[in-house]
Write a protein that binds this ligand. Structure first.
Ligand SMILES: N[C@@H](CCC(=O)N[C@@H](CS)C(=O)NCC(=O)O)C(=O)O
Length: 150
């Protein structure tokens, strides 16, 4: 049984991981739980037939836990991963339910930061799972350019 996940390839570099936050979320979940998986990169600018069969809406990520049933939507996928691979739990304990609302301000701090050494980048991206799954700098945002500029 192989866990498989289709994620976005970088625009113009189909063999390289792209910059889709929904794909990254699923990859981070698998990495944090140390679930072995096979990653399939999908060129969204040139979607292959096999991909459209398992993802009729043409969206990534899609995931299957080894039973060949492909599931779409990162919210649903991360829930299924949590159920199938409960350890370590990534469910937010009730006492930390408000943590999500603190993440946004730290993103804002990072985005507005003019001082690369103020620790805001490190605070967000120093986890091993982030380092392992982050797209190359040249593919960040650039991958969205055709849509952003459309
Ligand atoms: N609600 C979905 C959104 C997924 C989504 O919009 N993915 C984008 C890439 S980040 C996509 O596949 N877009 C289709 C396209 O660009 O053709 C999720 O949470 O997984």
């Amino acid at each position: 049984m192989t866990v498989e996940v289709c994620v976005k390839a970088a625009a113009g570099a189909p063999d390289t991981l792209g910059d889709c936050p929904f794909s990254q979320r699923v990859l981070l979940t698998l990495e944090e739980k140390k679930v072995p998986y096979e990653m399939k990169l999908v060129d969204l600018g040139n979607k292959p037939e096999w991909f459209l069969k398992i993802s009729p809406e043409g969206k990534v990520p899609v995931f299957n836990s080894g039973d060949d049933k492909w599931i779409a939507d990162s919210d649903v996928i991360t829930q299924v991963i949590e159920e199938k691979f409960p350890t370590p739990s990534l469910v937010t304990p009730p006492e930390y339910a408000s943590v999500g609302s603190k993440i946004f301000p730290s993103f804002v701090k990072f985005l507005k930061s003019k001082d690369a050494s103020d620790g805001s980048e490190k605070a967000l991206f120093s986890r091993e799972s982030f380092v392992k799954t982050k797209p190359a700098k040249e593919h960040l945002i650039a991958g969205w350019a055709p849509k952003v500029n459309a």
